[in-house]
Design a protein around this ligand. Structure first.
Ligand SMILES: [Zn+2]
Ligand SMILES: [Zn+2]
Length: 421
């Protein structure tokens, strides 16, 4: 973790603190919401965190439980970039909110700032208490309530962090108490109390802790605390953990142009060849036509499959969409190397699944304002077909990282900001 962690400065995470005993030696470890690696400072064990669904946390009760029934109420926690795409514009905003995940109108609709102030823990089958199951979909929490306006063809989050927080209540003598503040919950109906009491004891969900050993050669893999892809420098492989085991990730490291100078960092991008139904975007020639690029379509263009790029790291929504667009317009080529370079590799923090969703935004930005095509956007369907991870070389210029081939700069503070998303 050493030098790469240092190169990203001290900023990290959302300010949440999650207490977890090291599964190996039992020592107390504090994790952040965005952490995917548990590195025990005592026994040096390194484990990858693999939840079976969204991460689920609970706030431990702060008041004595004597004679009370312990109940947990679920809240969705949603943090990320929200995009809305219409025929005329792509708009975006950053959203950070929590919202009651059960249909219980007489309980507080939000936890407010509590998760930032209190220490959380991961829920496991051993966690005692009754857990109200979430029965409100997380996507019922759009930033602007109301119906989707006509003409909107994409509306959703890209690269969001979704989790469940279970907040504790005590039921004593028929009265519900907030088990953090110790105060009665005002206005809780008898029907709500009844429903809480019928909630199942415990949950089956748990976070798995997977040793970060390379499945290919057994070497200890490299990754920062929030990395979604771990790297083996012994056998030059990359691994993701979409479920409960590591699977290989195809990657390529692009070579800098000869005059690029020293490479400060390699930044990861997803290169995707999607299947788009409802709009003809198969080749680079299609892109030239759709986006009205000032280029003459050649047979070579018509034979070049069109690919889309997305940052594989988190940045603010404006930068995300700008980088996805300019990389897609640029269509970087070259097969690159399958060897990991010695220069630092910036961690992958945006999964491929999210990058595939981002294709809709890039496509809309390409055709927006070109009225011949915009009506077709409404009915399209995009699915991921082929993808690989690409590391692009970025030399330093002042405080900016500059894409070696494009010449476009990325401010380092934007990356630091992205680490907290
Ligand atoms: Zn340990
Ligand atoms: Zn290996």
């Amino acid at each position: 973790m050493g030098k790469r962690a240092a190169s990203r400065g001290g900023l990290s995470g959302s300010g949440w603190h999650i207490d977890q005993a090291c599964p190996q030696c039992g020592a107390p470890v504090t994790l952040d919401e965005t952490d995917r690696l548990l590195a025990c400072p005592f026994c040096r064990t390194r484990l990858y965190l693999a939840p079976d669904g969204p991460f689920r946390y609970y706030i431990p009760p702060q008041t004595p439980a004597a004679g009370a029934e312990l109940l947990y109420v679920p809240y969705w926690r949603l943090r990320g970039s929200f995009f809305s795409v219409t025929a005329s514009e792509v708009s975006h905003r950053f959203v950070d909110r929590n919202l009651l995940a059960a249909d219980l109108a007489d309980l507080p609709s939000s936890l407010g700032l509590r998760p930032q102030v209190l220490r959380l823990r991961y829920v496991s089958p051993e966690t005692e208490g009754r857990f109200i199951p979430p029965d409100v979909a997380a996507d019922r929490a759009p930033p602007a309530p109301g119906a989707v306006p006509p003409g909107v063809f994409f509306r959703g989050y890209i690269g969001e962090q979704l989790s469940l927080i279970h907040a504790p209540l005590h039921l004593r003598g028929g009265t519900l108490f907030d088990a953090v503040l110790g105060k009665p919950v005002a206005g809780a109906a008898a029907a709500t109390v009844e429903r809480l009491l019928n909630a199942p004891p415990g949950v089956r969900s748990r976070v798995r802790f997977i040793p970060t050993l390379c499945p290919g050669c057994g070497w200890d893999m490299e990754g920062e605390r929030d990395s979604l892809v771990l790297l083996c420098r012994n056998c030059d492989t990359a691994w993701a953990c979409p479920a409960d085991s590591f699977t290989p990730v195809e990657f390529s490291v692009l070579a800098p142009p000869p005059a690029a100078g020293g490479i400060a960092s390699y930044l990861p991008f997803w290169r995707m060849k999607p299947r788009v139904e409802g709009l003809e975007v198969e080749t680079y020639a299609d892109l030239i036509r759709l986006a009205n690029l000032p280029k003459v379509v050649t047979p070579a263009h018509a034979a070049t499959p069109l690919r889309f790029w997305s940052p594989a790291f988190k940045v603010n929504p404006a930068l995300y969409s700008r980088w996805a667009l300019q990389m897609t317009l640029f269509q970087p080529d070259g097969d690159g190397s399958d060897r990991l370079p010695a220069a630092p590799l910036y961690p992958v923090t945006l999964p491929l699944r999210e990058a595939v969703e981002g294709i809709a935004v890039t496509l809309a930005r390409l055709v927006t304002g070109k009225h011949r095509h915009t009506p077709k956007l409404a009915g399209i369907r995009i699915t991921g077909e082929q993808a690989r991870l690409e590391y692009h070389p970025f030399p330093m210029r002042g405080n900016e990282l500059v894409h070696a081939a494009l010449g476009t700069a990325l401010d380092r503070t934007a990356l630091a900001y992205g680490m907290r998303l």
